[in-house]
Design a binder for this molecule. Structure first.
Ligand SMILES: Cc1cc2nc3c(=O)[nH]c(=O)nc-3n(C[C@H](O)[C@H](O)[C@H](O)COP(=O)(O)OP(=O)(O)OC[C@H]3O[C@@H](n4cnc5c(N)ncnc54)[C@H](O)[C@@H]3O)c2cc1C
Ligand code: SF4
Ligand code: SF4
Ligand code: SF4
Length: 370
């Protein structure tokens, strides 16, 4: 219960999250700090957030409550979203892809995320969506997309290297999109969608549970599967280039499915197992237990689908409604062959398998840290 958790403060976040090395640097605590106007805490150049002026801290505990690594409110969220171990609730599991050729051309997998966002925009169900878009070849930034063109700009994971390998030294596959939330609000009447990793969607659900503004404007949450995220330090990159015989200058696209898939300009693909990626994996991700984004309205990933398709788990009634309408109106298509129970159970088994392994990894990692 929330009453039993309070009072907590940023000191407790330092003790329970930062000192265990599990801060994911999502920026949520800084963005939604109750003392934001007078500035109590700030992001640091590298590493977890820090006090800017400790005297300004109101000891309200909001930062502690919304941090995805504290696991307070798990019970409340699990009840509300009908959580079942490792995979969460699901009303439908399927594979699909966007009908639009333009979306498909730019998408990571089947472009279904972009196609459903496009459906929401076309029907004025949202004013825009918080996504992430490429700023320089190897750097994505949180972005509020309000048109189909902007959604397409933000889709996919291609890297235009015409400007050289710009940004790779700071490249992190985790993008703190949640920090964008405060900047997009210009009216209480806005409706928006958010695309995010499981940790980001969890923060949003916690904010909604606690009625922290502006979480009320988020009407749809589209979650991405997420096993691990990576930070491409120069040493880590060099080691990968040497071991797997490629150059980041030749990379056209990176995707994460059952492993990290690097596609080169000559269309050669290199698969690197997650176990080989320890040198560039963000430490916080080992302490994360949700693979398939259990609190989202709909979750999406490449795992379990053939190339060019997106595996999709429809979880909530809201998710079901928009999924079915997007399908009915032709924004997305499901291949016929998937409508067999064998294909469905194969996909489901893969997702459950990854979910279980991620949970076990979390338990092991926390045992080692505590
Ligand atoms: C960091 C990360 C890790 C992932 N790990 C896995 C995995 O382990 N296994 C797996 O099967 N799938 C994983 N996925 C999901 C997969 O890569 C695809 O995003 C998913 O299948 C949807 O594909 P799509 O073609 O339908 O999406 P698209 O139509 O291409 O749309 C993708 C949307 O995600 C947004 N986006 C891109 N990067 C980020 C980011 N870092 N944070 C928030 N939003 C972002 C884009 O702006 C876009 O709106 C991961 C995705 C990300 C971003
Ligand atoms: S004011 Fe509240 S949200 Fe901000 S740092 Fe202090 S306890 Fe955390
Ligand atoms: S994980 Fe996010 S919310 Fe938690 S302490 Fe780190 S930056 Fe703050
Ligand atoms: S592995 Fe977990 S903590 Fe890391 S980016 Fe993915 S959801 Fe967030």
């Amino acid at each position: 219960m929330i009453e039993e958790i309070l009072p907590k403060s940023f000191d407790d976040l330092i003790k329970d999250v930062h000192e265990l090395g599990i801060c994911g640097e999502c920026g949520g605590c800084v963005s939604f700090c109750s003392a934001h106007e007078i500035k109590a805490i700030e992001m640091s150049e590298s590493g977890p957030p820090r006090y800017y002026n400790k005297d300004n801290c109101l000891k309200c505990g909001i930062c502690y409550l919304i941090c995805p690594q504290t696991h307070v409110l798990d019970k409340e969220l699990n009840e509300k979203y009908n959580y079942k171990v490792s995979i969460g609730n699901w009303l439908k599991i399927t594979t699909n892809r966007a009908s639009s050729k333009e979306i498909l051309k730019n998408a990571t997998d089947g472009g279904s995320v972009t196609a459903i966002l496009n459906y929401l925009l076309d029907h004025n169900l949202i004013n825009g969506a918080i996504v992430s878009k490429k700023e320089v070849p190897f750097n994505r930034v949180p972005f509020f997309a309000t048109s189909k063109e902007e959604l397409i700009e933000a889709a996919g994971s291609h890297y235009d290297l015409s400007q050289g390998v710009v940004g790779l030294e700071k490249y992190n596959t985790f993008i703190p999109t949640i920090t964008k939330l405060k900047n997009v609000v210009n009216s209480d009447m806005m409706n928006i969608a958010v695309v995010g990793t499981p940790c980001q969607i969890m923060s949003i659900r916690k904010m909604q549970e606690l009625s922290i503004l502006p979480a009320h404007i988020i009407k749809y949450t589209l979650g991405l599967f997420c096993n691990l995220n990576f930070s491409f330090s120069s040493e880590g990159r060099k080691e990968l280039e040497e071991e797997f015989h490629f150059s980041f200058n030749d990379v056209e696209k990176m995707n994460i499915k059952e492993d990290l898939i690097i596609t080169l300009h000559n269309q050669k693909t290199i698969h690197i197992d997650f176990d080989e990626l320890g040198r560039i994996t963000r430490a916080a991700c080992y302490a994360c237990r949700d693979f398939s984004n259990v609190y989202a309205d709909i979750s999406f990933g490449g795992l379990g689908s053939k190339d060019g398709f997106t595996s999709t788990i429809v979880r909530t009634k809201i998710g079901e409604k928009i999924y079915n309408n997007a399908l009915k109106e032709g924004y997305i298509k499901e291949p016929n062959e998937f409508n067999t129970s064998i294909k469905k159970s194969e996909t489901l088994a893969k997702i459950i398998g990854f979910g279980k392994r991620k949970y076990e990894r979390y338990v092991k990692s926390m045992k080692e840290r505590l």
